[in-house]
Design a protein around this ligand. Structure first.
Ligand SMILES: Cc1ncc(COP(=O)(O)O)c(C=O)c1O
Length: 342
């Protein structure tokens, strides 16, 4: 990688403020720009990942990227689906380490990793991939920080089927419609929304997976229902059985969501967002939400390294083969630094 040249190129004094990695250099965040003529800006071709970095409870272990291998697998898959070269993804663990060190990042943070089509060209042209990585301090959102519940509506905007756009590709253009759905939901007084498929089945929230609890059973929509294969989703599916909860990936109608005992969103950004209302209906176990509370507690024990992490094998495959969970005795040891499987 080109950061040996020094921040913002060789020679000059190191610029103040947080540095980001952009096109093989460390540069100030405001200098990490793409040309207006790039295919990324002209046609929305830029795949990305958000990865959380958690402060470890044990002294001296610093920050640990959570489920980084799984995020990089998904990034490579997004590159493949959007016809971008994925070789730059191999450098990401080293770049994150370097950004944490150079910015002296000590608190929980969010790494954004983007692979963008940077060369100029027409819609049918090949494209050169460029990597951008930033690490920004980021704590809990208000749902976990203040114990607030989300109020959701069911949007009239739909998630496109994979015949329209590959659902497994985390590409910026896939967020254009959900952004409109979110804006409409917020304008109507809700915190967020659920988007459905053309068939009327619940898919997911604009940037998070949805789960519901029916008794001790957790249910989430199938990957085939236009769902992004979420890393948090895979973690919940792997972890819940260890907490005495069964899991299922099934067709979910809006009506089923309205009758659920608990509803929550999960994803890298929100971590967990307990839902207190879906269009005027309150989940039966609000505000206690015992299943959600159990999962949140297990999550923070694992991300902080006070409990062994589950082995989570992430996959884009739909159906029972899509998720493989290792037995308990193969769990990673508590307090391991670095990027080991989580
Ligand atoms: C559309 C969408 N669905 C689901 C998720 C949750 O995925 P993950 O848990 O991998 O962050 C995200 C966030 O990345 C997302 O953008």
């Amino acid at each position: 990688m080109g950061s040996e040249a020094g921040p913002a190129g060789a020679g000059g004094p190191a610029p103040a403020g947080p540095l980001v990695y952009h096109r093989e250099q460390l540069v100030p965040a405001q200098a990490a720009t793409l040309p207006v003529g790039s295919i990324a800006l002209r046609y929305g071709i830029s795949v990305f990942e958000g990865v959380r970095l958690y402060r470890q409870e044990a002294p001296g272990l610093g920050l640990r990227p959570w489920l980084l291998d799984q995020h990089l697998d998904r990034l490579r898959n997004s590159c493949r689906l959007m016809l971008l070269d994925d070789t730059c993804c191999d450098d990401v663990p080293r770049i994150i380490d370097e950004l944490v060190a150079v910015n002296d990042t000590q608190v929980d943070s969010y790494a954004r990793i983007a692979v963008s089509a940077v060369d100029a060209g027409g819609i049918g042209d090949g494209s050169e991939a460029a990597l951008t990585v930033s690490v920004t301090p980021s704590g809990r959102k208000r749902w976990l920080r203040d114990g607030e519940g989300l109020r959701l509506t069911v949007s009239s905007w739909q998630r496109p089927s994979s015949a329209v756009f590959p659902s497994a590709a985390k590409n910026i253009s896939a967020y254009a419609g959900p952004r409109l759905a979110l804006a409409q939901a917020v304008a109507a007084g809700f915190d967020s929304c659920l988007l459905c498929t053309a068939e009327g089945l619940v898919s997911e929230a604009p940037t998070a997976t949805v789960f519901l609890a029916e008794g001790t059973r957790l249910v989430t929509p199938r990957l085939g229902d236009a769902v992004l294969p979420g890393i948090s989703r895979a973690w919940v599916l792997a972890t819940a059985p260890r907490l005495g909860l069964s899991v299922a990936e099934e067709a979910v109608t809006p009506d089923r969501i309205r009758q659920a005992d608990e509803v929550f969103l999960c994803g890298t950004g929100i971590e967990f967002g307990p839902v207190r209302e879906v269009e005027g209906y309150t989940p039966a176990r609000w505000p206690q939400r015992p299943a959600t509370a159990q999962l949140v507690a297990a999550y923070f024990d694992q991300v902080r390294g006070t409990a062994a992490s589950n082995l989570v094998t992430w996959s884009v495959k739909d159906g029972p083969d899509g998720l493989v969970t290792g037995p308990d005795e193969q769990a990673d040891p508590v307090g391991q630094p670095g990027y080991g499987r989580c």
